[in-house]
Design a protein around this ligand. Structure first.
Ligand code: CA
Length: 489
């Protein structure tokens, strides 16, 4: 980034600060304490499995409460759609190439400053409960109680500063219990920042005994491209082992695969098994969101608490015939983002602004009356939440997945740009020495999608002459974003 760009950025931040200053100044004059922040994040919960986002497969009444009483962000995206890197981006406000968390095999440098340190320094009591998945012990938190790695669904072990302890019960309910315990026993002289991170509904989708038979006699609607002919897509799609049916293990399905089924019938059968367990896991998450909202409402904390519900990324729910994530496709790069803060956000509002996981930390800091440090690459969307989006808000976003062919899913490394209407993806085909990536080159490949005409991303228009002009302008925008975020090949 040139000095000139840095200067522009500083000026921009100063102007954002100036625009919000009256709001904060008013709050300070009134002696209002900074808002509490309850950040609830699940793992692999796609927005198309949330009824507030129009889900066709389930209802999520408690998660929907946040949307009904606040804002639904329609275009919130992960910058690297996989568990550990997305968590790194949320905590640091930086892309993977800046925070060092590129793949599932990376850890966050314990010496690195995160949003938790900055909020604690600003007078918050900070806590992290549930799935951490960044290997090193959490830093910047007054209290933490985390799962080791992925953690277990049933009778899980948790780790605190005091050591490991196994608990009896279902993981999602325990994370709800521990989050409530923290809230009840918190230091009431301070605002709180609580990250309550569910493991669910991550693979292998093991439901609570309470919901083990729920949906048993239902048929989950299939997506329109469950049986897509993947041989008509490019090499990166053909290479990916995310296929519903073929790529499920018995651990995933929990029952043996029926013998003698055609590929299509196997997919049809496996989709139902997979989706029912996935939705059962989500039902427990929804219950526990409700418990936390009930507590805030009963304690009179509703007005001065920002409540966020999100997930570290989205997920394929049979879209393109797939499960899992990683690709820069709509279903997986999109994060649900619902937020309630009655003092600042009108109920039942929506926004189509493009916001990113690297923006979360600057946003929380702004609400806490703090300026985000210059090294954070995201930008606060506090004003966007009040329906006052800055005139120069981003119209495009940069994405990069680094874990070339790794993690057993053989998804090709790629980067790309998404605007409100189009997407350009480049599969550059190399591992670049990253841990967790496989050092086997694949042929470079481009994809381009017209999101207005083809929101399901079924037709690659990269070589379509009608899109030649747009293709070149997207390439320029991609180069600009790469330069802006200081990423290299
Ligand atoms: Ca995840």
């Amino acid at each position: 980034m040139s000095e000139q760009t840095l200067d522009r950025r500083s000026l921009l931040q100063a102007s954002i600060g100036a625009a919000l200053a009256p709001v904060l100044a008013r709050a300070q004059r009134a002696g209002a304490p900074p808002p509490n922040i309850l950040y609830i994040m699940s793992d692999d919960h796609a927005s198309h499995a949330i009824s507030a986002y129009g889900s066709k497969v389930n209802k999520t009444p408690n998660i929907d409460r946040i949307a009904n009483e606040g804002m639904r962000m329609n275009n919130c995206f992960a910058t690297n759609s996989i568990c550990t890197p997305s968590r790194g981006a949320v905590l640091t406000g930086q892309y993977s190439h800046k925070n060092g968390v590129y793949t599932l095999s990376d850890f966050i440098d314990p010496k690195k400053t995160t949003v938790a340190h900055l909020l604690r320094d600003a007078g918050y009591q900070t806590a992290m409960i549930g799935k951490w998945h960044l290997q090193t012990d959490p830093q910047g938190f007054d209290y933490w109680n985390i799962l080791p790695g992925q953690g277990a669904y049933h009778n899980p072990v948790f780790i605190t500063k005091e050591g490991k302890k196994q608990h009896q019960g279902y993981c999602t309910d325990l994370i709800g219990d521990f989050s409530l315990d923290f809230l009840k026993n918190r230091d009431k002289s301070k605002p709180f920042f609580l990250m309550s991170h569910h493991k669910a509904p991550h693979r292998a989708w093991q439901p609570s005994p309470k919901y083990a038979t729920w949906l048993m006699n239902e048929t989950i609607p299939e997506p329109d491209n469950l049986y897509e002919d993947i041989t008509k897509r490019g090499g990166a799609s053909q290479r990916a082992t995310l296929r519903i049916g073929e790529d499920f293990t018995e651990t995933d399905l929990k029952v043996p695969k029926p013998e003698g089924l055609s590929q299509r019938d196997m997919r049809k059968w496996a989709y139902q098994v997979y989706m029912k367990d996935y939705l059962r896991c989500i039902r427990s998450v929804d219950d526990n969101v409700g418990r936390l909202l009930d507590y805030l409402d009963a304690e009179g904390l509703k007005d001065n608490t920002i409540v966020v519900y999100t997930s570290d990324q989205g997920f394929f729910l049979g879209d393109h015939g797939w499960f899992d994530k990683r690709f820069m496709y709509e279903e997986t790069m999109r994060m649900p983002f619902l937020v309630r803060y009655p003092k600042h956000i009108q109920p039942h509002t929506t926004s189509n602004d493009i916001v990113l996981n690297v923006d979360f930390a600057p946003t929380f800091l702004e609400f806490a009356g703090q300026k985000a440090p210059d090294w954070m690459q995201g930008r606060s969307f506090a004003q966007n939440l009040a329906g006052k989006s800055p005139g120069d808000w981003r119209q495009s976003m940069y994405y990069r997945y680094w874990m070339h062919l790794g993690g057993g899913h053989t998804v090709t490394a790629h980067y790309g740009v998404r605007t409100h209407t189009h997407k350009l993806i480049y599969y550059y085909g190399q591992a670049l020495g990253k841990k967790g990536a496989v050092n086997k080159p694949t042929p470079p490949e481009w994809e381009m999608f017209d999101l207005e005409k083809d929101p399901r991303e079924m037709r690659n228009v990269y070589d379509d002459p009608a899109y030649a002009g747009l293709r070149e302008s997207l390439k320029k925008e991609l180069a600009r974003l790469k330069d802006h975020y200081q990423d290299t090949e």
